[in-house]
Structure formats: C-alpha cells, structure tokens
Design a protein around this ligand. Structure first.
Ligand SMILES: Nc1ncnc2c1ncn2[C@@H]1O[C@H](COP(=O)(O)OP(=O)(O)O)[C@@H](O)[C@H]1O
Ligand SMILES: [Mg+2]
Length: 262
C-alpha cells in the first residue's frame, strides 16, 4: 500500500511537547496515508504516548501542528477529534470495569452519536428505536472482534487479553476512519498476539487507517506498511519494516541489546 504513496490523511508537522524542563518530543514530523498501517516504535520514554496525546487533543503541543484531511486538529478537544473520526485507545485500560462487555461497547457508540449515555443505559422512554439501532451496532462490533459470547459478562471478569480486545471494540464502536492503538497487544500471550495481528489487518480491511504503538516486534514488522522510530523524542528512522530492521542507528538505539521487549 505504501509503495503507491497514498494521500496523506494525518499530517504531523514539527510538533514539540515539553513538560517543564523535559523535552518529551522534539520537532516530530511524519504522515500517515489513507489505508495504511503505520507503526510508531521506540524505547520506553521515547515519547510515543505523548505523540498520541498531542494528536488526539489530550494535550496541546508547545509548537507545530497536526492536520487530518487538511483540517487542523491542534487546538481541538479530545471529543472533537474523535467526532471527526480519529479515535484512540489507551495504553492503560480505560474500560468501565463494573459494566458489562455489551454496555462498554454501547458507551463507545454513544461517543459517536447524539444519544445520551443515561438514556441508553437506563432505557428512557422514547429512545426505543434509537436504542434498537445502537444495540444492533454494538452486537455487530462484538461479533467482529470475537467477543459476542462474552456480551453479558462484566468487563472486569474478562481475561486480560480479551479486555484489550474489548478496548478495540469500544474504539470501533465510535466509527473511526482512523484508529490509534497504544500498545494494544501488551499482556497478550503469543497465540493471542498472532490472532490480534489478523484482527488489525481485518480492521484495515474495513477501510480504517491505523497508527500503532507496539513493542512486539514480530507484530510491528509483520503488519506495518511503514515504521517510524522515535528515540528520546526524536525520529531516528522511518521506512518499510525491512529497511528499519537493518538500520544501524535503530539497531543501536532500540532493536539491538535484545530489545524486542524494550
Ligand atoms: N504528564 C507528564 N508530565 C511530565 N512528564 C511526562 C508526562 N507524560 C510523559 N512524560 C515524560 O515524557 C517522556 C515520554 O513519555 P511517553 O510519551 O509516555 O513515552 P513512551 O510512550 O514512548 O514510553 C518520558 O520521559 C515521560 O516520563
Ligand atoms: Mg507509552
């Protein structure tokens, strides 16, 4: 896909983020093309989550800007960013542990629509038609992600790997055009990770563009069209997986020293 240089969908242009005296990301620039799977990798503390936060409105960069379909995301609030189709998941779980799997997906759907959350969960009168539609959509998302059989269980009762899948389902329920996944496979066992790689490819098959932060190098190298490597807030390499794997600076900073799990 990347060979044909798809139109840039997301453009990150020279963004920097400081926390007091710490420069967490410095002059970060890269694009994600429509329909691509791009991975952002680098050691712990490299600035990957900070980049996600700056893209999705959770923090404002000190300088630079982010554009999506030529529209400025910088300055928008997280819900506005999600509303135009750029949806992210979190490195740490953001599920509602005391709600069921199905309700968690409904909450994700709520973010995409006008329906009030209280209306959905309490089934207020006059919301029947809308509720039926949302419930059908939630069911469809759960079937796609493979958790339909868990619908009525509490989110907290799921094994960890399935909780990670549920987070993706909640993100998908918001009907993204673009999905940013922050270490989605962390805590998955090897079999779950292999299944999850196929899932990410199926999500892309639905026309959803993906920006992935992930430490599992088999996954990153197996599914990415392009890889961007961050080290101490700075891009040190960018290119297709094969080129990244033999880049001397990447090996020195990250892939060397047994760092498949940096
Ligand atoms: N809210 C914050 N306040 C202060 N420092 C932060 C904050 N968030 C992240 N950092 C620091 O910024 C750097 C990048 O962190 P982060 O983006 O979480 O890295 P990564 O996701 O690549 O592991 C780290 O040094 C981290 O300690
Ligand atoms: Mg992180």
């Amino acid at each position: 896909m990347s060979a044909a240089s798809p139109e840039p969908l997301l453009e990150i242009e020279g963004i920097s983020v400081r926390f007091g005296g710490l420069i967490a990301i410095a002059d970060l620039t890269f694009d994600v093309g429509e329909g691509e799977i791009v991975s952002l990798i680098g050691p712990n503390g490299a600035g990957k989550t900070t980049a996600f936060n700056a893209i999705t409105g959770y923090l404002q960069p000190t300088s630079g800007e982010v554009r999506y379909r030529n529209r400025r995301l910088t300055g928008m609030k997280p819900n506005q960013v999600a509303g135009i189709g750029v949806v992210r998941t979190f490195q740490k779980t953001s599920l509602f542990a005391g709600n069921t799997v199905f309700e968690n997906v409904l909450i994700g759907l709520h973010k995409a629509g006008k329906q009030t959350l209280a209306g959905i969960l309490l089934r207020l009168p006059g919301m029947r038609e809308e509720e039926r539609r949302l419930r059908a959509q939630a069911q469809e998302v759960l079937e796609f992600i493979g958790l339909a059989h868990r619908a009525e269980e509490l989110a907290s009762a799921l094994p960890y790997g399935e909780q990670r899948l549920l987070e993706i389902a909640v993100g998908l329920a918001a009907r993204p055009e673009m999905l940013l996944l922050d270490e989605p496979a962390s805590g998955m066992n090897p079999a779950e990770t292999v299944a999850f790689m196929k899932m990410v490819q199926q999500i892309r098959g639905r026309g959803i563009t993906i920006l992935l932060v992930e430490h599992d190098m088999r996954m990153v190298m197996g599914i990415s069209d392009r890889v961007v490597v961050l080290n101490q807030g700075v891009v040190i390499a960018e290119g297709p997986p094969a080129a990244i794997q033999r880049d001397p600076e990447v090996i020195r900073a990250y892939l060397g020293s047994g760092a498949a799990r940096a």
